[in-house]
Design a protein around this ligand. Structure first.
Ligand code: ATP
Ligand code: MG
Length: 720
């Protein structure tokens, strides 16, 4: 490939950024202006022109999907198939570093990653041990506290134990930390903090990496938090060439400690930063872009950017007021089907974006009912489902007996007569002796008389089972290991016995896990020195929440607005635009939070390339509550001339309430303005509908006979 291939597909401002002299560059630009494109071209430019090797690059972004795309693009531009390049997420790269330097990091070689559910359990256990009142200190709050402290780079010793409010929380943090250390597990926040500390405490390591990573590139910089900034500053030493791109208008993780001020701070910390701006948007039609610009202009304290496009005006932005969430899903899916037919679009050209994960269910059900393949990012959490986590807990325990979180999860799953008393005894011993639960179990079965004979036998049975499994599967390929483990542990049988209708689903999930293991073993690049089980388990922990491993079928894409960052789709639906839902009710009292919600809306709108469709529901049942929905202020904040309201469809049905039954009543629904035919009065236009069920009436303006009210059930109207 020629160098001109790196330069030709860029405009002048983009070129200037890609070819900027080595040093520090900050590309500050709005959505869809080519920041990610510029970043990947810059990486390739460094190798082709500046004499770097892929080995010298460190490129960081926020989601696995974005990282995979970035790696793919750079490799494509460099014509490499697979390389030793460090391209990944902050968490993924930290994990890689800790795996390679587990000794310096003070971790066991086979340390495992604790996901947030496991973390919550562990926090809860620690709180119980310390007799901290859960009513006063909810577990989630403490979990959030611990993570926030870690994100700020603070250890328990940095906190004021004597403070009446902070004190008890700091104690839980401290006890939690030692429980993690004994178990050999690290949570997500720990991955970052531990990496920073390891580099700080081992200067030879630090200088090794600084020599290696001569070029550091960061996408979505506006969302870095304190510890991530520190991490970057450590790795990108004073000598490094640093290239960061970001958009202050897309900073959406303030609630998790992200600091948009890091953009300013970077300019102060790294003298002589060249600031570059891109102003042409290549993604969206001008209607979409204008709507986005108008919305975001209502925020204060912006760094200020202009965005323009020379693209087509495109369709107006459609807004649909649904009766309720079912009607909303029906509308979205009908639109989607119609557009796939009329415009020859693929299913994957459509994205349905929502504010909270819980909103996906109605859409999933509606898609399932129509047999339309779909994929949920950030919600389905394949690796977080109970049966999958049980299976993985067996693998974790087999590879690291001290992983107490894993042991607790499966010691009595399937039931094997190990009751809460026995488990309490294990915990007590573990706590007193400062050992893992596994070590405590071994001790208790050896000491006669501590446990009742039945309990001791059951516990011995469990220990033997794990030892046997370990010996048996040690040398087998990963999918076979899973197969044997599922069988012999009794887990598959246990899931099959599940009385609920979910049994079949759950069995299929277990099969899917084996499939995922197989493709992992075939395709994944596994770090040197890491065994495949550990690599797979880490993959499961880090990938969780970003959708299912496996096939990339042509699917409709469902995800939260947060997970859509950086992506683009031809057609975007943003659903649930109601006050309290989006903007989220927690944000409406605080101006700062409201502006963050508006930035999230800006992110959502700017994902769309050709068409944007917004929906809100007049009634919504969510979290078991019925709410009356007021249309979101974000709809009102769009210029009215860019909007086209989709006229509501009134349902007139022969059967029960049309609203409750909107699928079945399909054939009887007429839209206002639709042309219909009547056997006696001829052709006309639907003017109005009222009522439902057998008494529903419909008003039609017939071309010849004039306006008439008819009883829908008898009128036998046909669409034309
Ligand atoms: P976001 O802020 O949403 O992350 P971005 O600034 O990273 O957006 P990109 O994703 O890099 O923008 O680019 C947006 C779209 O415009 C992509 O489809 C990209 O391929 C296209 N694009 C960028 N620059 C050009 C260009 N010079 N010519 C043609 N297409 C371009
Ligand atoms: Mg981008």
């Amino acid at each position: 490939m020629d160098v001109s291939d790196l330069i030709d597909p860029l405009n002048a401002a983009q070129r200037e950024a890609v070819t900027a002299p080595l040093g520090r560059a900050l590309v500050l630009a709005g959505a869809g202006s080519g920041k990610t494109r510029v970043l990947t071209h810059r990486a390739a430019w460094l190798v082709r022109v500046e004499g770097a090797t892929p080995f010298n690059l460190l490129a960081v972004t926020f989601t696995n999907k974005a990282a995979a795309e970035m790696r793919g693009r750079i490799e494509h531009l460099l014509d490499l198939s697979s390389s030793g390049m460090w391209v990944g997420t902050f968490h993924g790269l930290s994990h890689r570093l800790l795996r390679m330097h587990w000794q310096e990091a003070g971790l066991p070689q086979s340390f495992q990653i604790l996901d947030s559910e496991d973390q919550r359990r562990l926090v809860k256990r620690v709180m119980r041990d310390l007799k901290v009142d859960e009513n006063r200190w909810p577990v989630r709050q403490l979990q959030g506290f611990i993570n926030a402290r870690k994100d700020a780079g603070e250890r328990p010793d940095d906190l004021d134990i004597s403070d009446p409010y902070m004190g008890p929380m700091a104690q839980v943090y401290k006890a939690y930390e030692s429980a993690c250390q004994i178990a050999g597990v690290v949570d997500f926040a720990e991955l970052m903090l531990r990496t920073v500390e390891t580099l700080q405490n081992h200067l030879e390591l630090l200088s090794h990496y600084r020599r290696r990573f001569r070029h550091v590139l960061v996408d979505e910089f506006q969302d870095t938090n304190g510890i991530q900034y520190q991490w970057l500053k450590l790795l990108a030493g004073p000598e490094a060439d640093v290239f960061i791109v970001g958009d202050d208008d897309q900073s959406i993780y303030g609630w998790r400690g992200a600091r948009v001020e890091n953009l300013q701070r970077f300019r102060e910390d790294y003298a002589n930063t060249q600031v570059l701006r891109l102003e042409q948007n290549y993604r969206s039609t001008s209607n979409i872009l204008e709507a986005a610009n108008a919305l975001i202009s209502r925020n204060s304290d912006r760094l200020g950017k202009k965005l323009w496009t020379d693209g087509a005006e495109g369709e107006p932005i459609a807004v649909y007021a649904a009766f309720n969430e079912q009607d909303e899903a029906r509308f979205v899916i009908e639109r989607l089907l119609r557009m796939t037919e009329d415009q020859g679009l693929a299913r994957s050209d459509f994205a349905i974006l929502y504010r909270s994960n819980a909103q996906s269910r109605t859409f999933e059900e509606a898609l399932l009912a129509r047999r339309i393949p779909y994929r949920v990012y950030g919600g389905l959490r394949f690796f977080e489902r109970a049966e999958i986590k049980d299976a993985l807990a067996y693998l974790r325990l087999i590879s690291n007996r001290d992983d107490s979180a894993a042991l607790e999860r499966i010691i009595n799953t399937p039931t094997r007569g190990i009751g809460t008393r026995t488990i309490e005894a294990l915990r007590l011993t573990a706590r007193n002796e400062e050992i893992s639960l596994w070590a405590a179990a071994q001790r208790l079965v050896q000491q006669a008389g501590v446990l009742p004979a039945r309990a001791a036998n059951a516990l011995r049975g469990f220990i033997d089972l794990i030892e046997q499994l370990a010996a048996e599967i040690e040398a087998a390929p990963l999918p076979d290991q899973l197969e044997v483990m599922l069988q012999k542990s009794g887990l598959r049988g246990h899931v099959a016995k599940d009385q609920s209708e979910r049994a079949q689903d759950r069995l299929e999930n277990l099969d899917e896990l084996i499939t995922a293991a197989r493709s992992f073993e075939q395709d994944a690049t596994i770090e040197e020195g890491m065994d495949v089980v550990t690599a797979f388990l880490s993959h499961a922990a880090l990938e969780a929440g970003e959708g299912q491993a496996g096939e990339w079928e042509d699917c409709v894409q469902l995800m939260t607005l947060h997970s859509a960052k950086g992506l683009e789709f031809p057609i975007v639906f943003i659903v649930g635009l109601e006050e309290g839902l989006f903007p989220h009710r927690m944000s409406t009292e605080e101006p700062g939070r409201l502006e963050e919600e508006r930035r999230l809306a800006y992110v959502g709108i700017t994902r769309a390339r050709q068409q944007l469709i917004l929906t809100h529901a007049e009634r919504r049942r969510l979290h078991g509550r019925d709410d009356l929905g007021i249309p979101s202020r974000f709809i009102r904040e769009l210029p009215p001339e860019l909007i086209e309201e989709v006229r509501a469809r009134f349902s007139v049905s022969n059967g029960a309430s049309a609203m409750a039954n909107s699928w079945a009543s399909e054939a009887n629904e007429f839209s206002l303005g639709e042309r219909v035919q009547h056997s006696r009065f001829g052709e006309g236009i639907v003017l109005d509908c009222e009522g439902s069920g057998p008494s529903a009436r419909i008003q039609v303006n017939f071309d010849d006979a004039g306006a008439k009210w008819l009883v829908a059930a008898y009128a036998k109207l046909e669409r034309i």
